[in-house]
Design a protein around this ligand. Structure first.
Ligand code: AMO
Length: 431
């Protein structure tokens, strides 16, 4: 008889009853009742009950299985049978090979019967991923990357890869990680800002999905020192068109997750149907007025703090944009309206979490030079960047969207660390 190698436990139906199959996976549970042993096997596709009858297997195998530790990995062969009384499918074991036994006790319980704190989970990250709920976060991440790429390709963007070791930063000196690059100082990229703008010389639409590094000592549930950002840049588009594309991207992603990832969303208790309405667009000035009317004293020109965003989240519970920020609290490359100190910029928020910022860029080399100087940065460090603005640079705009924060929100998690396999923060460089 030909053995079937059963990879997908979800696929078992009536046509499998009575068939001899091979299955491998981890032993999640075991209990014996007299001469019967019940084992629960899990693999990445689901669970299956295994039954070992003492009189049907060699004594040596029976003795091994009696002492098998939970989460050991096995390969088994047996016959699938439908248990009418319990309405489940069982595998009556003929052979079982222990491929590797697991130590006991394990640092955490992958069945979820015993809860673990986030530090325990992150210290034993690969083991934690055997928990279906935790694994779902990373399946959503995987699928989201696919849908995001699909969206950009459909919209005629090309994917680029820019360097991550740089001679200068674009997002302010305080958060630069310094490294030694042979005999010179080098810096880890905080964003692809300068490169994605330079590429407007040749490509009308570019995007990049990559890791960035910021030496911020912010010990919060939304900051990491290494994070993944989705960046795009496109030429001859205004602020509102750039927000439209951002909104379309997020909705394309949500619609695909709802359509194709209901299992994962269900396990994570994440209902994304509420987030498909048009995203509100409110100006910075309106936000300041709103905050003052709520007895939260703010002056025009103040930055909007985490505390302010929490207050605003009572009114804005889902995605919304804050637009037209004062130029002096936006980076040097952001353009202002004609004869105005207001910038053509926006932040995308989800409730109190900032997910993205972007806007229209300065494409005039002299304006860019004076803005770099005004920001207190050393113009010498930007020479190679500035010269590209003399080679026929078109007007352009774009954004950076924090991917880990986005996944945290879509997966209904409270801490960005839950959405990242091996998060890097001030206290965590290992594993
Ligand atoms: P900004 O600095 O606002 O803008 O970053 C863009 C988005 O990246 C995410 N992000 C972070 N996520 C986790 N941990 C961090 N430490 C962290 N820092 C930033 C946030 C944020 O909204 N060059 C501009 C973008 C542009 O204008 O194109 C930039 O980097 O979700």
């Amino acid at each position: 008889m030909v053995n079937i190698y059963l990879e997908n436990l979800d696929e078992i139906d009536e046509s499998f009853y009575g068939k001899t199959v091979n299955v491998s996976g981890w032993i999640e549970d075991s209990r014996s009742i007299g001469s019967l042993m019940f084992l629960t096997l899990r693999n990445t596709t689901g669970k299956l009950q295994l039954i070992i009858k003492k009189n049907l297997v060699p004594e040596e195998l029976w003795n091994q299985v009696v002492h098998l530790t939970r989460q050991s990995v096995v390969d088994t062969n047996g016959t699938l049978a439908y248990n009418e009384k319990n309405n489940i499918v069982e595998l009556i074991i003929k052979q079982l090979t222990i491929l590797n036994s697991a130590e006991h006790p394990l640092p955490l319980d992958p069945t979820g019967r015993v809860d673990s704190g986030l530090d325990v989970i992150l210290d034993a990250r690969p083991l934690s991923l055997r928990k279906p709920e935790i694994q779902s976060i990373f399946k959503l991440r995987h699928n989201s990357l696919m849908y995001i790429r699909e969206f950009f390709i459909k919209n005629n963007f090309i994917e680029v890869n820019t360097p991550k070791i740089l001679s200068q930063g674009a997002e302010g000196g305080a958060t630069l990680f310094k490294t030694q690059y042979f005999d010179k100082p080098g810096f880890l990229a905080q964003s692809p800002q300068l490169y994605k703008e330079q590429l407007m010389l040749a490509f009308e639409r570019v995007y990049e999905i990559s890791h960035y590094f910021r030496a911020e000592k912010s010990n919060t549930t939304r900051h990491l020192n290494e994070f993944v950002s989705i960046d795009f840049e496109w030429s001859c588009k205004n602020n509102s068109e750039t927000m439209d594309l951002c909104e379309d991207l997020v909705k394309y992603l949500i619609n695909n997750l709802i359509k194709n990832n209901s299992k994962e969303l269900g396990l994570l208790n994440s209902d994304l149907n509420h987030h498909l309405d048009a995203f509100d667009r409110i100006t910075y000035e309106d936000v300041i007025n709103d905050l003052n009317s709520l007895d939260n004293k703010k002056n025009y020109g103040d930055d909007i703090t985490e505390h302010d965003l929490v207050i605003l989240s009572a009114k804005h519970k889902s995605f919304y944009f804050i637009t037209d920020w004062p130029s002096n609290i936006k980076p040097f490359y952001i353009s202002s309206y004609e004869d105005s100190e207001l910038s053509m910029s926006f932040d995308l928020q989800f409730s109190n979490i900032e997910l993205s910022s972007g806007g229209v860029r300065i494409h005039d080399v002299n304006k860019l030079k004076s803005n770099i100087e005004r920001s207190g940065l050393d113009i010498k460090n930007f020479e190679s960047h500035l010269q590209t603005f003399k080679w026929g640079m078109p007007p352009h705009s774009g954004l950076g969207l924090g991917f880990d924060r986005l996944i945290m929100v879509l997966a209904n998690r409270k801490n960005i660390r839950e959405a990242v396999l091996y998060p890097r923060d001030q206290d965590r460089l290992d594993p």
